[in-house]
Design a protein around this ligand. Structure first.
Ligand code: TGC
Ligand code: FAD
Length: 392
């Protein structure tokens, strides 16, 4: 892969709207990605292996629990800082951002928000340092967009819970130390359980042959009469709103992350177009390529402003789930379209691993599906503005 020459577009001087702390956190993540992700990511993606060697670095830049209080090992930052970290990591690769999103929003967030003090002190510091890696099991073979129908069940056996069922498409599953598993009790009420690797009857087979997120490990969670200790239940919130609350945080991070992938594609295409000469002049001097590049930077700028405003709302605890859905949907769609256009700017070179664009493009095909599909987020907006749910 070519040397990483990334320069971030900031067409509307959005940096002027950021605090010094935001820029420091963002720049540290940006430098780390250049130093530690760019040189190794292409090989891992080609071989479909997860680069475990970067876990320590992710912890060091505060990517594990950016907004979790320092008391529990988190970075104690605001939500805009969280978004900027996700943006920079996804600039490197969506799969690496996935690992950070899952750890922060889908594992640390529920333990911090729905767990008790003993669970917080037991798990959060080790998750923040990367000593423990977690995964989040909501999706099942028969229930993707409609998790309320989940079939995974747990039964109160007096001194423990007995867990049975299966989860599919779970990021980090093949190597995770713990899993936050959403399951129904005998009254059909959804609860989160902390399941640990090594519990008898718990296995995590790897999902192979993905053309997308190849540097992220995906797998199943299988529970065959797993005895879960009673102290491992998250009692702070029950019902579907509990896992969906975690998704709000993760979707917020993805809305920022997708901007990173788009920026990388745009920056690569711009540089290539200025250097590549055809018919005696750089292709950047042709109207057709300028149209592509101008539209890309326009869409990135709109997405940056959307994410920043959402971050301000979230910092004030005012971001609604529907606002988060709109930003996730818009920004991932924007990034995928930019990746497709940018790939064309590079001609044949665009399909190779010499450049990051095709990898981003394939990754974004997962990002537009997970954490609620493009369709589901549109229907969430539709329900919010009309008052009629299309899901019922
Ligand atoms: P509905 O009746 O609308 O809601 C049920 C209860 O949940 C509450 N609620 C929320 N609470 C917090 N945050 C949200 N975003 C919420 N949305 C809804 C709601 O108020 C209600 O509460 P209550 O107390 O009245 O019971 O539920 P529904 O069954 O009609 O479905 C709603 C729908 C379709 C929007 C929802 O199920 C959905 O979002 N589906 C998409 C599923 C999804 O996003 N799965 C993601 C799995 S995890 C993943 O993909 C990780 S990838 C990670 C990576 O690698 O980065
Ligand atoms: P389905 O729900 O079967 O949807 C299929 C199609 O039907 C979609 O186009 C959808 O938009 C459409 N559709 C569904 N319902 C409606 C409707 N009412 N109206 C109109 N159209 C509709 N899940 C986890 O729990 N944890 C993870 O860590 C995780 N990681 C993932 C990693 C990867 C790489 C991928 C690809 C997925 C991951 N997922 C994870 C699962 C992901 O959240 C689901 O794939 C997603 O929610 C969609 O579910 P589904 O694939 O079953 O699609």
């Amino acid at each position: 892969m070519q040397k990483d020459l990334f320069e971030a577009p900031d067409y509307y001087n959005i940096d002027d709207l950021l605090l010094e702390e935001h820029k420091l956190v963002r720049d540290a993540a940006r430098q780390w990605v250049k130093r530690s992700v760019s040189p190794i990511i292409e090989e891992h993606a080609q071989k479909a292996t997860f680069p475990k060697e970067i876990l320590g670095g992710l912890a060091e830049i505060g990517a594990f629990g950016p907004y979790i209080p320092e008391k529990y090992g988190g970075a104690g930052l605001d939500h805009i800082s969280y978004g900027l970290i996700m943006q920079e990591i996804e600039r490197g690769d969506s799969g690496i951002r996935s690992t950070a999103s899952v750890q922060s929003s889908l594992v640390m967030y529920p333990i911090f928000t729905y767990g008790n003090e003993a669970q917080r002190t037991k798990y959060l510091p080790k998750l923040a340092s990367g000593e423990l890696i977690g995964c989040f099991g909501l999706t099942e073979p028969n229930h993707g967009s409609n998790p309320s129908g989940m079939e995974t069940k747990y039964k109160d056996m007096g001194d423990h819970y007995l867990l049975n069922g299966a989860k599919l498409w779970i990021s980090n599953a093949p190597f995770a130390d713990i899993a936050i598993v959403w399951a129904k009790n005998e009254e059909d009420r959804i609860h989160g359980l902390i399941v640990e690797r090594g519990m008898e009857g718990f296995s995590t087979p790897t999902t192979h042959n993905k053309w997308s997120l190849r540097a992220s490990a995906t797998g199943e969670l299988i529970f065959d009469n797993v005895k879960v200790p009673k102290e491992n239940i998250l009692l702070g919130k029950t019902g579907l709103g509990a896992p969906l609350g975690c998704l709000d945080s993760a979707r917020f991070g993805i809305a920022w992350g997708a901007i990173g992938a788009a920026m990388d594609c745009y920056d690569t295409a711009l540089r290539y177009a200025k250097e590549r000469v055809q018919f005696g002049k750089p292709i950047a001097a042709t109207q057709l390529q300028q149209k592509k590049l101008a539209e890309m930077v326009t869409e990135i700028t709109k997405a940056q402003l959307l994410a920043l405003r959402l971050g301000q709302l979230k910092n004030n605890d005012k971001a609604t789930s529907a606002q988060i859905s709109m930003a996730k949907r818009n920004n991932v769609d924007m990034a995928l379209k930019i990746a497709r256009e940018a790939r064309q700017v590079l001609g044949a070179m665009g399909i190779t691993g010499e450049f990051s664009i095709m990898r981003h493009m394939m990754n974004l095909e997962s990002v537009i599906t997970y954490e609620g599909t493009h369709d589901i987020h549109l229907l969430i907006t539709g329900a919010d503005i009309t008052g009629f749910s299309a899901f019922q």
